[in-house]
Write a protein that binds this ligand. Sequence first.
Ligand SMILES: [Zn+2]
Length: 381
Amino acid sequence: MDFDIDGVILETTQDAIKAHMGATRHHHKWQIAFKVNDETADVEVVDVIPQTSRTGRVSPVAELVPTKLSGATISRVTVHHYNMVKSNGVGPGAIVQLVRSGLVIPKIEKVVKEAEPKLPENCPSCESHLIWEADHLMCPNKSDCPAQTENTLIHFFKTLGNNDGFGPKVIEKLSQNGIRHIHEIYNIQVSEFVSFGFGDKTSQNLFDQLIASKEIEIEDWRFLSAFGVSRLGGGNCEKLLQHHDLPALFDISVEQMVQIDGFAQISAEAIVEGLKNIKEEFFKVYELGFNLAATTKLSEQGEGDSPIAGKTVVFTGSMVQGSRGDMEKQAKALGAKVAKSVTGKTDYLVAGEKVGETKITAALAKGVEVISEQDYLQLIA
Ligand SMILES: [Zn+2]
């Protein structure tokens, strides 16, 4: 090849054989990956730099002598955690073996030559004394660590995903001007942005984006997950909001939460605690009046009301009647479970235009009913 590849997929091309071989829950049996990428490189570590995340966890990043590996020049790699730095001797002068193994992100396969590990005593952002928590070094300063604050704000806007003005650079500048909380950002006037050192145009633009981000409709589960509570990613937020309204979530007990499918004691305890910690800030932001679309309650989905209630539906290909995203939303509102890929549990594969034959054959092989967009619309009509 004239270019870098990390392997090939071997597959049978005969539909009859494909149908006969079928698939497991995870892969087609008529396809096999033949990976050839065993390219590794031994690279010298120049330095190990600590970085504090929004949760206070401090991650070690190894800066490397720039080295070409599987077509890319690698100059830094994240080390798993500081316990690895400590016990495997990752420090300036160490030699690590890197691999990209089909991934874009390089990773350390092993430490070839150890060196004196470099462990920080203090948070690189706020100078607080770091403490060990299992394998990780943590910054214990929950209230006033710039790195944690900035990363929390960055996470909020990134998760909201409806404006592109509030990236790391802008957030850093706001933080330098004493902004610590999401609700404060929403109260900044154009003239204040200017006084923080933003240009006239940018200031107006940032102000407008904040207004837009409140007006654009956004799912309530996405809004909640933007606050970055540990164990409250989008999936868990949606599960909780299928049972309780957003404001009411802050009042439910651990006992109530474990009643909900998918929440064990330990995660329920962590989530209840996490919600308590953000409660004050959450309501300050919530009361700014975001345009939130409430998650449909399981009790309202009324099985039997719609022919797809309780069914698992996968949409694929391009749809003619509307965007696939809208169709997925509608299906959820009708009580269906919408999945991204076909498994043995899928009831319907709704195939739009330009869908590969292999996808359809595979679905049929799993006993999935494949229907066109038109059939689907008739079904739910
Ligand atoms: Zn800190």
